[in-house]
Design a protein around this ligand. Structure first.
Ligand code: DQA
Length: 144
């Protein structure tokens, strides 16, 4: 089993950006956690981060016939991007939307998620552990 773990804009700034919301652990720590969890699960994982919408579309498209699941935190593109939604719909790979913060308790403009319409699950407010929960969910889904 192979999962893609994709992070959108500003998630490379983890540990620096708004630590009260996103914590003090950096992007490298997130990658280490995801890789360690994949090893424990006995699965393959590929990590990708970009600040550019088109690059994220390209990476989602690369999951077609190549990945069994996608874990994605689209960052601010969650609330604006029909292109990311269409990419997930196009590849038909089960996708879990993850947010580190509890977006539902934040600003009005964060209450819209386009990508959610194509996702099998959404995890919010569990910090970096949310990514690992998403990986577990996709592994269970593949078994069923
Ligand atoms: C975020 C929430 C988004 O609203 C925000 O733009 C982010 C991070 C989260 O992980 O909580 O960049 O996706």
């Amino acid at each position: 089993m192979k999962l893609f773990v994709i992070n959108g804009p500003n998630l490379n700034m983890l540990g620096i950006r708004e630590p009260g919301l996103y914590g003090r652990e950096d992007y490298r720590a997130l990658c280490d956690k995801v890789r360690a969890h994949a090893k424990e699960m006995g699965i393959e994982v590929e990590l990708y981060q970009s600040n550019h919408e088109g690059d994220l579309v390209d990476y989602i498209q690369a999951a077609y016939q190549n990945a069994d699941g996608i874990v994605i935190n689209p960052g601010a593109y969650t609330h604006t991007s029909v292109a990311l939604l269409d990419a997930v719909k196009a590849v038909q790979v089960p996708t879990v939307e993850v947010h580190i913060s509890k977006v539902e308790e934040r600003e009005e403009f964060r209450q819209i998620s386009y990508i959610r319409l194509a996702c099998v699950k959404t995890i919010t407010g569990h910090g970096l552990d949310g990514y690992l929960e998403a990986m577990d969910y996709l592994a269970e889904l593949k078994k069923s």
